[in-house]
Design a protein. Structure first.
Length: 72
Protein backbone atom coordinates (compact mmCIF):
# COMPACT_ATOMS: atom_id res chain seq x y z
CA UNK A 1 0.00 0.00 0.00
CA UNK A 2 1.25 3.44 -0.84
CA UNK A 3 -0.20 6.87 -0.30
CA UNK A 4 1.42 10.15 -1.23
CA UNK A 5 0.04 13.41 0.10
CA UNK A 6 1.01 16.89 -0.95
CA UNK A 7 0.81 19.31 1.95
CA UNK A 8 1.42 23.01 2.04
CA UNK A 9 1.41 26.02 4.30
CA UNK A 10 0.26 29.49 3.35
CA UNK A 11 -1.14 32.62 4.91
CA UNK A 12 -4.53 33.44 3.40
CA UNK A 13 -4.22 37.11 4.41
CA UNK A 14 -1.92 37.72 1.44
CA UNK A 15 -4.17 36.03 -1.11
CA UNK A 16 -7.27 37.76 0.24
CA UNK A 17 -5.57 41.17 0.20
CA UNK A 18 -6.05 41.60 3.93
CA UNK A 19 -2.36 42.21 4.71
CA UNK A 20 -0.08 43.72 2.07
CA UNK A 21 3.04 42.63 3.97
CA UNK A 22 2.05 38.94 3.71
CA UNK A 23 3.22 37.20 0.51
CA UNK A 24 0.69 35.63 -1.84
CA UNK A 25 1.28 31.91 -2.32
CA UNK A 26 2.52 28.86 -0.53
CA UNK A 27 5.38 29.14 1.96
CA UNK A 28 6.07 25.40 2.24
CA UNK A 29 5.22 22.40 0.07
CA UNK A 30 6.00 18.82 1.08
CA UNK A 31 5.33 15.36 -0.24
CA UNK A 32 4.53 12.86 2.51
CA UNK A 33 4.91 9.17 1.67
CA UNK A 34 2.90 6.70 3.75
CA UNK A 35 4.14 3.26 2.72
CA UNK A 36 3.08 -0.15 3.94
CA UNK A 37 5.68 -2.44 2.42
CA UNK A 38 8.40 -4.90 3.23
CA UNK A 39 10.78 -3.06 0.89
CA UNK A 40 14.14 -2.10 2.36
CA UNK A 41 15.11 1.50 3.12
CA UNK A 42 17.19 1.81 -0.05
CA UNK A 43 14.20 0.84 -2.22
CA UNK A 44 11.90 3.25 -0.41
CA UNK A 45 14.43 6.06 -0.78
CA UNK A 46 14.61 5.32 -4.52
CA UNK A 47 10.80 5.57 -4.74
CA UNK A 48 10.92 9.03 -3.19
CA UNK A 49 13.79 10.08 -5.47
CA UNK A 50 11.95 8.97 -8.61
CA UNK A 51 8.71 10.56 -7.45
CA UNK A 52 10.49 13.89 -7.01
CA UNK A 53 12.24 13.58 -10.37
CA UNK A 54 9.14 12.79 -12.46
CA UNK A 55 6.44 14.75 -10.62
CA UNK A 56 5.54 17.64 -12.93
CA UNK A 57 4.25 19.84 -10.11
CA UNK A 58 7.24 19.14 -7.85
CA UNK A 59 9.72 19.94 -10.62
CA UNK A 60 7.83 23.08 -11.70
CA UNK A 61 7.96 24.40 -8.16
CA UNK A 62 11.62 23.44 -7.76
CA UNK A 63 12.62 25.19 -10.99
CA UNK A 64 9.98 27.80 -11.77
CA UNK A 65 9.27 28.44 -15.45
CA UNK A 66 9.46 31.83 -17.11
CA UNK A 67 6.19 33.67 -16.55
CA UNK A 68 4.57 35.99 -19.06
CA UNK A 69 1.44 38.11 -19.04
CA UNK A 70 0.10 39.86 -22.08
CA UNK A 71 -2.87 41.73 -23.41
CA UNK A 72 -4.07 40.92 -26.91
Amino acid sequence: RAEVRAEGEWDARGTLGIARDVPVGLKTVRLVFDLETDADDKTKARLVELSERYCVVFQTLRTPPRLDASIV
